[in-house]
Write a protein that binds this ligand. Structure first.
Ligand SMILES: CC(C)(COP(=O)(O)OP(=O)(O)OC[C@H]1O[C@@H](n2cnc3c(N)ncnc32)[C@H](O)[C@@H]1OP(=O)(O)O)[C@@H](O)C(=O)NCCC(=O)NCCS
Length: 180
């Protein structure tokens, strides 16, 4: 019988170097190779990682970052959810959904964040919609070391998940730093 997954939320600075390198290897082959994201060089750093493992081997991950962005020019705290990735051998078993849910639970219960915010390619939007996320079709700008940049709206959309009674404000989103 298959063992149950071990689900942990760990501070990102405590991840062992060999695991960081293995995850980077898979990020390079998947998310970072996506045309929607190839122009991004500087990424927001994760504060927490949801790590789902079977028998000590990573199976699925999601990153959480505690951020203050700007929406319509006003500061807005969000829990950024990013780097959602499942090992190719473990896909289609609901692990990414489990990782995202664990990330949102942590954002609400431990960080008191009023919203989750992620960016999604259009092909994955239905997947996140099914998990309760709503797209916010506004302009998405962010900062890189060589100046301001933006996501192509034809490729990437922001999606939010309510974690409180707050209403999402109107206006374009500025990540106020590197994006996720
Ligand atoms: C997307 C991803 C995280 C899903 O992981 P998972 O653990 O298999 O996800 P779940 O089991 O919770 O859900 C599987 C569903 O994801 C959706 N999905 C996965 N990849 C997809 C893709 N490229 N396009 C559209 N939908 C996709 C499908 O609806 C799939 O349903 P199916 O199993 O009936 O086909 C995984 O395919 C992955 O790591 N991809 C590479 C990294 C990536 O693109 N991450 C998304 C960051 S926004």
């Amino acid at each position: 019988m298959e063992t149950l997954p071990d689900v942990q939320i760990v501070a990102s600075h405590t991840l062992p170097q060999d695991l960081i390198e293995e995850l980077d290897h898979w990020y390079d082959r998947t998310l970072l190779a996506d045309p929607a994201y190839v122009h991004v060089k500087d990424w927001a750093l994760a504060d927490w990682i949801v790590l789902i493992r079977f028998d000590g081997q990573w199976a699925s991950v999601a990153e959480i970052m505690d951020q203050v962005i700007r929406v319509g020019g006003q500061p807005q705290r969000v829990a950024g959810i990013s780097g959602v990735m499942t090992h190719p051998d473990r896909r289609g078993q609901g692990l990414a959904a489990q990782a995202v849910k664990a990330a949102l639970d942590h954002a609400r219960d431990e960080l008191n964040a009023p919203f989750g915010l992620l960016t999604s390619t259009h092909k994955l939007m239905p997947y996140y919609r099914n998990l309760g996320w709503t797209e916010v079709p506004v302009r998405l700008t962010f900062t890189q070391s060589d100046g301001p940049s933006r996501y192509d709206p034809a490729l990437v959309t922001s999606m939010i998940y309510p974690l409180s009674a707050q209403v999402w404000p109107n206006g374009d989103i500025d990540f106020n730093g590197p994006p996720w």
